[in-house]
Design a protein around this ligand. Structure first.
Ligand code: SD4
Length: 328
């Protein structure tokens, strides 16, 4: 685990103790206590806990499940301490931060943006693509122009102080070759179900740190980083995007659930397949999947230890450690 992730984990564990209704990691370890409870919101990694709170808040205000998953992950996009989501995220190897995001509702509507610059809330832009255009995906300068046309502010293009420090350090030792890296990715993927059983999901990231300029990961690819179908369930992914795209991970999990697998069994099968299709580089790969079915059962599984997720209902919001294929 990177020092950064350790630090974030520790500080969130500490702060969780002070949030009413929010259990600590230790308390929640064996939690499946609210299986079947609706609404249900799941999010990847520690930043999922505050994001879940924001999503639940939106539902309590009378928002829809698509509002909840949008506003939930906007919380992470706003978090200046987060170096893998939003404009404060680590840049590509040219020193430019580019963002990917997608959103989907359980009736099959979806939108995404890829390789977009200077836009603070790519998840909202993805929702605008879904709702305001006949398309599913906009990329690069076209996505940025669309954001401007929609009245979204364009942010100054500069690295956050922490991202700049990390980038300058990376440049000292980098070989400037495309990299695979176990640690440099902590995307937020969120999937949720409202009290009536309608589902939606969102996924937003600055992608793999120090990637080639123009590289797009799994997060904006519908079916790879995110897939939602009200008839079955929802899934989202985190980790090395290339390995997830190769198996169409989130779609695979939903289809396995459609054939009768539980969310846990479906996530485990997706990880097995990911390992099989990426065997040459597997020692450098981390990837994790998170899923729910329409009965409110939950599954999560990762290639290696370290992946965790936040699970929230109207009353609880707990962190849970995922199990993994490799144990160390
Ligand atoms: C990507 N999947 O761009 C993203 C990165 C990530 O957790 O998941 N971070 O490959």
């Amino acid at each position: 685990m990177s020092q950064r992730r350790k630090f974030i984990k520790q500080s969130l564990m500490g702060s969780a103790l002070f949030i009413p209704g929010v259990a600590s990691l230790a308390e929640a370890k064996s939690s499946s206590v609210f299986k079947g409870e609706k609404p249900l919101i799941l999010s990847t990694w520690n930043h999922g806990q505050p994001a879940n709170s924001a999503a639940v808040e939106k539902l309590k205000e009378g928002g829809s499940i698509i509002d909840a998953v949008e506003f939930g992950v906007r919380d992470t996009e706003n978090d200046l301490s987060n170096l893998s989501v939003g404009l404060q995220g680590l840049p590509d190897r040219e020193g430019i931060t580019t963002l990917d995001a997608s959103i989907m509702s359980g009736d099959g509507k979806c939108g995404s943006v890829a390789f977009v610059r200077q836009i603070k809330h790519p998840i909202t832009l993805a929702r605008m693509v879904m709702e305001e255009t006949p398309h599913v995906m906009l990329a690069g300068e076209g996505a940025r122009q669309f954001a401007i046309a929609q009245g979204m502010p364009v942010e100054k293009e500069e690295l956050s102080p922490e991202a700049e420090k990390a980038y300058l350090k990376w440049k000292e030792t980098s070989l400037y070759k495309p990299i695979i890296n176990i640690e440099n990715h902590d995307t937020i993927g969120m999937i949720g179900m409202d009290a009536q059983g309608n589902m939606a999901g969102s996924c937003t990231t600055s992608g793999l740190a120090y990637k080639m300029h123009g590289r797009v990961g799994d997060s904006p690819i519908i079916g790879a980083g995110l897939f939602v179908d009200n008839e079955v369930g929802a899934a989202t992914a985190t980790g090395l995007g290339e390995s997830i795209i190769r198996i169409c991970g989130s779609f695979l999990i939903v289809e396995l659930m459609r054939q009768g697998r539980t969310p846990q069994e479906a996530c485990e099968e997706a990880v097995r397949r990911l390992i099989a299709k990426n065997s040459k580089d597997i020692k450098d790969i981390q990837a994790g999947f998170l899923a729910m079915n329409k009965d409110g059962e939950v599954g999560a599984y990762a290639v290696r230890p370290g992946f965790n997720f936040a699970q929230a209902t109207l009353k609880n919001n707990v962190m849970i450690d995922s199990r993994s294929h490799f144990k160390g």
